[in-house]
Design a binder for this molecule. Structure first.
Ligand SMILES: NC(=O)c1ccc[n+]([C@@H]2O[C@H](COP(=O)([O-])OP(=O)(O)OC[C@H]3O[C@@H](n4cnc5c(N)ncnc54)[C@H](OP(=O)(O)O)[C@@H]3O)[C@@H](O)[C@H]2O)c1
Length: 324
């Protein structure tokens, strides 16, 4: 087996861009790290632009609501027509971040086909994962992702569940230098591995971490998210609706008036805004197969975001509505 790579910070010296990115986040931590949408592009009829947050390692900013693909994009050729309007509306709204995986059945291929149909590759921030053991198997899986996504470059490659993480990070350092991936991250789907994710973040060299984070799965906010913020690691928050289970638990209570006054029209938006109210979260990635749900979710990435006491109040409202 290839020796484990040295991922200490000195092995991956920080670039000027990284320093600028961290400086942007450090400055943002005082004032809220949201980046105002570019001025002069809103019109009376068009919705406001999506809020954006910086990726600390590069300084580039991303819209704070993205799209997950688990289950919803696991479709064959015949299912693409129904999903095309979803990706078209996503791109039209200026959203970019799409998260997929070789483990999501046909999702990578469906995403690649839709992006090609829409001529949208250049507008998307493609995130996928590697989840296998061994250097050669990892390379084969990532090559296949590139093929299925019909892409020359993956924006973010994440080592899923820390499986053979040393090996894959070594390969990814090479792929980064070769321009085949732009950014590198790690993910785990269980809170019991947050300590292991934290240990990896402390070693340096990572651009992103992806974890579950919703009102129903709050564990990440204790230590992992503050650590990511401190160490300049961007965060993808997955399962913002707890995999959709939240909708089955919602009672009939209407969204409270004080939230409606702040532009929150649905409980889905309330949940997303709560997740996004944590300044460590760079982007939340709800999955949906429906244009209406997509528009609803994207709307949560505009306008007001809860902080401080308002966010606590929102949490109480959600817990009550969800019967927690
Ligand atoms: N790294 C990891 O370990 C990991 C683990 C889990 C997930 N993920 C990523 O995170 C993404 C999101 O997680 P997830 O897909 O498990 O769950 P989720 O985003 O929390 O929930 C998705 C479900 O919510 C429904 N939904 C979406 N928007 C809605 C709205 N506005 N109103 C009502 N229902 C709505 C969707 O159904 P409709 O199609 O009907 O809208 C879908 O069934 C995944 O797709 C995947 O990309 C990563």
């Amino acid at each position: 087996m290839t020796p484990a790579p040295n991922l200490e910070p000195e092995a991956l010296p920080c670039t000027r861009r990284q320093l600028l990115g961290w400086a942007a986040v450090a400055a943002g931590a005082l004032t809220g790290p949201l980046v105002a949408p570019s001025p002069g592009r809103a019109s009376v009829s068009a919705p406001a632009e999506l809020l954006r947050r910086p990726v600390p390692s590069t300084g580039e900013t991303l819209p704070i609501v993205g799209l997950g693909t688990y289950r919803v994009l696991d479709v064959d050729e015949g299912g693409l027509d129904e999903l095309q309007p979803v990706l078209a509306a996503f791109v039209a709204a200026g959203a970019t971040v799409v998260d997929t995986s070789p483990m999501y059945g046909r999702a990578e291929g469906a995403l690649g086909a839709l992006a090609e149909r829409l001529g949208a590759r250049a507008k998307l921030f493609l995130a996928t994962k590697v989840w296998t053991e061994g250097r050669e198997a990892g390379i084969r899986q990532m090559e296949e992702s590139l093929r299925l996504l019909r892409a020359d470059t993956i924006d973010l490659m994440q080592v899923h569940n820390l499986l053979d993480v040393d090996q894959h990070l070594a390969t990814l350092a090479e792929w980064k230098r070769a321009g085949r991936v732009r950014l590198v991250g790690i993910t785990h789907y269980t809170a019991s591995f947050h300590g292991a994710l934290a240990e990896r973040i402390e070693r340096g060299g990572l651009d992103f971490v992806q974890v579950n984070y919703s009102i129903g799965e709050r564990e990440a906010e204790r230590e992992l998210l503050p650590l990511a913020l401190r160490r300049g690691v961007a965060v993808l928050a997955n399962r913002p609706f707890a995999g959709g289970a939240a909708f089955r638990r919602l009672g009939n209570s209407p969204v409270p008036g004080w939230l409606v006054e702040r532009g929150v029209e649905t409980w889905a938006q309330a949940m997303l805004k709560w997740t996004l109210g944590n300044p460590a979260v760079t982007c939340a990635i709800p999955a949906t197969s429906k244009v209406g749900h997509l528009q609803e979710n994207l709307a949560a990435g505009r306008g007001w975001l809860p902080t401080g006491e308002e966010r606590d109040r929102l949490a109480s409202e959600l817990e009550r509505a969800l019967g927690m």
